[in-house]
Write a protein that binds this ligand. Structure first.
Ligand code: FRU
Length: 486
């Protein structure tokens, strides 16, 4: 099945239309991508795997796609790593993670099986010495129905996240029980024999299943992330169909539980899910995520472009004052070229001849003074645009794609999907926005990374207009650089 998938990709990839495909974001050569999986630093390179359906630009039978990078910005595609070719994963090799043991790379993933109206999800192992070819462990599943803890559901028992601490391997698995979502913890000395340890974290009224749990220690705390399905909407946050949340706390390794604070949204935009946190090269705390959302229409698939889905620009993360701080991975700056800088006082609409582009980094420092609001319109052309708006009186940053060229519709349980807002109070009235555009994506880092908002937005073909709009007077300094990696 791997050979057939690779042959299909090789035969068809030249037919992909890349008009909306990011140049410095990882996306499949062909076909559908969802969650990042098995993100790991192994033998001098970062490896990224992902939920992959190579045969269509829509969700389907899951394989694991695979790419490597030295710096998390420029990726090289490798052959498909896993195919659903066993009884226990016949309906999909679903999400999971990776760990290195004794120079060998291990992938731990959910085998999904759906037969005669019964869904069974088990945890399985595959390994590789060269980091390219993977062998499935013959004793799979390593965690099957016999090891399901009481109160968990075998139908929703997935997305193992593995780490090592003091010679012991730990695995979180997301699941659900009557009225509550939770993650359960297993432990093992050899990655093969696993024993149930404890319910790691459990909450009521916090969504259905918690997908894609993830955990790292950083800045003296434990940082937990997961993706709750159908998380209750907040006033502004948690507006997507499924949310991606983090909590800060402490793991008690003596009993296998975590004491964690409130859940906060990781990203305030429309398109961010299934984040995976890892300790990368030199112990760096890095996060990836799927730059998309379930329950939406997918424009590249609708247009027949032959692909759908990409991952965020990886982020360096830290915890300050109990809150997550996210910065673009620093390697991206080496790809930023052709710097243009302007400054002045804006009132009304203004654009600059040299400030345009669809694959750019913008850094805007705006002294809002007496202004009511300040906005940046991107992918602007043919009367269509996406807007990044800061409303000073409300203290709210909004990412609005409702005036884009191609519309995205959303599941009715999603709050529209077109506009996302988040509270943000800039220090000393100076708003700093660092914005990355990549053909159809917008990632906005506000302040020092206290707030990040990510949304897909499809402008008119080749729309590269960037327009600044100030209601009242705003003194601005604007830097524009092209991000050139493809
Ligand atoms: C999250 C998810 C996971 C699952 C995978 C299937 O987006 O639903 O829970 O393992 O996608 O592709």
């Amino acid at each position: 099945m791997i050979k057939a998938a690779c042959a299909h990709i090789a035969a068809e990839r030249s037919k992909v239309n890349a008009r909306y495909k990011g140049g410095y974001h990882l996306s499949p050569e062909l076909g559908w991508m969802n969650d990042p999986n098995g993100f790991v630093y192994f033998n001098g390179r970062y490896h990224m795997f992902w939920q992959y359906h190579p045969f269509a630009a829509n969700n389907g039978l899951m394989y694991w796609g695979h790419a490597v990078s030295e710096d998390l910005v420029r990726w090289k595609h490798l052959p498909v790593a896993l195919a659903p070719d066993r009884d226990y994963d016949a309906d999909g090799c679903w999400s999971g993670s990776a760990v290195v043991r004794g120079g060998r790379l291990y992938l731990v993933y959910t085998g999904h099986r759906e037969r005669d109206g019964r869904r069974v999800q088990t945890q399985n192992l595959a390994y590789s010495d060269d980091g390219v070819n993977f062998v499935k462990y013959e004793g799979n599943p390593v965690i099957g129905e016999d090891k399901l803890p009481r109160g968990a559901s075998i139908a929703d028992f997935r997305d193992p996240y593995v780490w090592e601490r003091g010679g012991v391997y730990y695995m979180l698995v997301g699941t659900v029980e009557e009225g509550a979502a939770k993650v359960v913890l297993y432990r093992s000395g050899n990655l093969i024999d696993w024993e149930f340890f404890n319910t790691f974290l459990r909450r009521t009224g916090a969504g259905f299943c918690w997908e894609c749990p993830s955990l790292i220690d950083t800045d003296g705390v434990d940082l937990f992330a997961c993706s709750p399905v159908d998380y209750p909407h907040g006033k502004r946050a948690f507006a997507n169909l499924n949310s991606n949340v983090y909590a800060v706390g402490k793991v008690d390794y003596s009993n296998g539980t975590m004491t964690a604070g409130e859940f906060y949204e990781i990203d305030g935009g429309s398109d961010f899910y299934a984040a995976q946190l890892i300790k990368g090269k030199d112990g760096a705390a890095v996060m990836t995520g799927w730059m998309n959302m379930w329950g939406r229409t997918y424009v590249p698939a609708e247009l027949g472009d032959g692909w759908t889905g990409s991952l965020i620009l990886p982020r360096e993360v830290s915890v300050r004052g109990g809150k997550l701080i996210q910065r673009p991975v620093r390697a991206v700056y080496a790809y930023c070229k052709n710097r243009v800088e302007v400054d002045g006082v804006l009132s009304g609409e203004k654009s600059y001849e040299k400030i345009r582009g669809r694959q750019v980094r913008l850094v805007i420092t705006a002294d809002l003074g007496g202004a009511k609001s300040f906005a940046v319109h991107v992918f602007s052309a043919c009367g269509a645009r996406a807007k990044i708006i800061y409303d000073k009186a409300a203290g709210v940053l909004t990412l609005d794609r409702s005036e884009c060229f191609h519309k995205i519709s959303a599941d009715p349980r999603d709050l529209g999907g077109e506009r996302r807002s988040a509270e943000f109070i800039p220090q000393g009235n100076i708003l700093r926005l660092e914005i990355f555009l990549d053909r159809s994506s917008i990632e906005v880092f506000a302040g020092e990374g206290e707030l990040v908002m990510t949304s897909l937005a499809y402008g008119a073909p080749d729309a590269d207009g960037i327009v600044f709009v100030s209601e009242g007077e705003t003194a601005v300094k604007i830097i524009k650089e092209d991000v050139v990696a493809d």
